[in-house]
Design a protein around this ligand. Structure first.
Ligand code: M6R
Length: 357
């Protein structure tokens, strides 16, 4: 039920802090350690490489998951779009573990890959919001994202829940590999949940940004670097699927290799800068597009240099910045779609779960 909300999407955006707190509870034992099935832990630890297979928003969560697993746990990870992997399988390592990330657990493109890798005798784990789903039943192991039913076609809370579970796996993996990247995911997730709550309370700011940048826009570019690049891909997907504005996410450094040709007077460009080591670079990109007339909007953290008005995210651990930074993008997309008269929860041509190839 939507309750007092006009749309499920807005309700589900608001539920995110509670979902993260719920995940903390479910994945924490009485000694405040990570609670994980020993079989799942063994499968993750024994694999020499993880292959994340997913589609759409879940694929974007996978990109963040790869960074976390590699950086925190020192475990090599590849992320593949399910429909691509299906017909263009890369060389595999000696002992792979396949991880399917899927909100619905019903995505046909993922299932195709699962059937295929099972036939080849490989182990599989599904990370899903629907434990009884096809992908969950057919994989060797399942991890639940505990986000509660997600009704809006545009995925919001399932995405942040997937990333939260992946961050917990990264922390668990770090213990197994003895990685020195100390990261208490459980503790940091609770701080991230508070940050998300603060951002959910800033709806008027996000609505104003949507008004200033997107109400009449024909297109919009999202730029980011490093971790932020993955999140801007998600920001662009959110905006395009519900507002029908042509939106693309780009790696900041790629602009000059082609995309900057599209910048005209007034083109909205949303830049995400949460990573100190590339802050100067992304700000350089913002200046480049602004000099060509772009209408720029910067989302940053307290740690980065400020230039004028910016959306400043509350402080969260660097590994969890996507949990916070995606919230303004979800809200901006929501208000853009709302004011353009779009059917926010049921955008045209889309289904909640894509059960055909
Ligand atoms: O249920 P799944 O996570 O497997 O779905 C994958 C995509 O179809 C899904 O994320 C889609 O991209 C959403 N509409 C994005 O908001």
């Amino acid at each position: 039920e939507k309750g007092t909300y006009a749309h499920f999407m807005l309700k589900e955006i608001d539920e995110q802090p509670f979902v993260i707190r719920n995940i903390i509870q479910k994945y924490q034992d009485e000694n405040d350690d990570i609670k994980l099935d020993q079989e799942v832990r063994n499968a993750l630890n024994e694999a020499d490489r993880l292959y994340i297979i997913a589609a759409g928003t879940s694929y974007h969560a996978g990109l963040v998951g790869k960074e976390l697993m590699e950086k925190v746990a020192g475990k090599p990870v590849e992320v593949h779009i399910a429909s691509e992997f299906m017909y263009n399988m890369p060389l595999l390592s000696d002992n792979p573990l396949f991880i399917f990330i899927s909100q619905s657990g019903e995505t046909a493109d993922c299932r195709g890959v699962l059937v295929n890798v099972k036939e080849q005798g490989y182990k599989s784990l599904t990370i899903t919001n629907v434990p009884g789903s096809t992908l969950s039943r057919e994989a060797d192991f399942t991890l639940h994202t505990y986000a509660g039913p997600e009704i809006a076609v545009a995925s919001t809370k399932a995405y942040t829940a997937q990333m939260a579970v992946l961050s917990i796996l990264a922390m668990d993996g770090a213990r197994a590999t003895g990685s020195s990247e100390e990261f208490n995911a459980i503790h940091e997730l609770s701080i991230a949940a508070n940050a998300m709550e603060t951002l959910c309370d800033q709806k008027n700011i996000m609505e104003q940004i949507a008004r200033d940048y997107l109400f009449d826009a024909q297109s919009c570019f999202f730029i980011g670097r490093a971790f932020d690049y993955h999140v801007v891909l998600e920001g662009a997907l959110k905006l395009k699927e519900i507002s029908y504005i042509q939106a693309e996410g780009f790696a900041g450094g790629e602009l000059k290799h082609g995309t900057i040709a599209l910048i005209e007077d007034g083109t909205p460009v949303v830049a995400l800068s949460t990573q100190e080591h590339v802050d100067a670079n992304i700000r350089g990109n913002v200046q480049e597009v602004a000099a060509r007339g772009a209408n720029t909007c910067v989302i940053s953290t307290e740690d980065t240099q400020k230039e004028g008005d910016e959306v400043v995210l509350p402080k969260v651990h660097n590994n969890l910045t996507p949990l916070a930074s995606v919230v303004p993008m979800q809200l901006i997309s929501y208000y853009a779609a709302l004011h353009r008269g779009c059917d926010v929860d049921k955008p045209r041509n889309l289904a909640k779960s894509v059960t055909v190839e």
